[in-house]
Design a protein around this ligand. Structure first.
Ligand code: PNS
Length: 173
């Protein structure tokens, strides 16, 4: 029996967006299992804790067959090897993504010869979308429906309501 084809879809997922979900679904059409792997040591300062991010992904994708959610430490190539995955999935939205993705893919290839990066193009509907844009719009109370799952809308509202209150306390109202 052929072994299971496993791919790791790594990222910050701060928070997961509909663009990420689109890539996970595309990944599932190619691989038997897609591990959505949240990086613990991502260079970016996160709005949500790792546990919060994991919970939002679980609530969104939890029942989807072939999807696993995990948190990883250290180098991606070491994690990929530890879960017996043959590939890394990354989404490409526009040409502007290419340089950073190219650097990462080549670095990972230098670090771990067996890791192949597979680039999947997101649907044009979400080609503008990023977690950063979603957070910015949400921070000003803008409409983010259609950009992220409902659970994320709820969590973003809570997060920014708390931030507003703590800022008001700082400012002395
Ligand atoms: O969603 P992001 O922030 O673009 O994801 C970037 C991520 C987490 C995939 C990348 O920073 C990563 O792989 N971090 C783990 C550390 C590592 O292996 N670095 C070397 C490859 S550049």
């Amino acid at each position: 029996m052929p072994s299971k084809k496993i791919a790791v879809y790594p990222g910050s997922f701060d928070p997961i967006t509909n663009g990420h979900i689109d890539i996970i679904k595309r990944g599932l059409a190619i691989f038997d299992e897609v591990i959505v792997a949240i990086a613990r040591n991502s260079a970016k300062r996160a709005l949500f804790s790792l546990k919060e991010r994991e919970k939002m992904i679980h609530e969104t994708m939890g029942v989807t067959k072939g999807v696993r959610v995990d948190i990883f430490d250290g180098l991606l190539v070491d994690y990929v090897e530890s879960v017996d995955a043959g590939a890394v999935i990354r989404g490409l939205r526009a040409v502007s993504d290419f340089e950073y993705e190219f650097q990462m893919a080549i670095t990972n290839r230098k670090l771990g010869k067996k890791v192949e990066t597979v680039f999947l193009m997101s649907t044009e509907k979400y080609s503008y979308l990023s977690s950063r844009i979603v957070k910015e719009v949400a921070s000003y109370g803008g409409n983010i429906s259609g950009m992220v799952p409902d659970v994320v809308i709820k969590e973003l509202k809570k997060k920014f309501a708390k931030k507003k209150v703590s800022q008001e306390i700082k400012d002395g109202f």
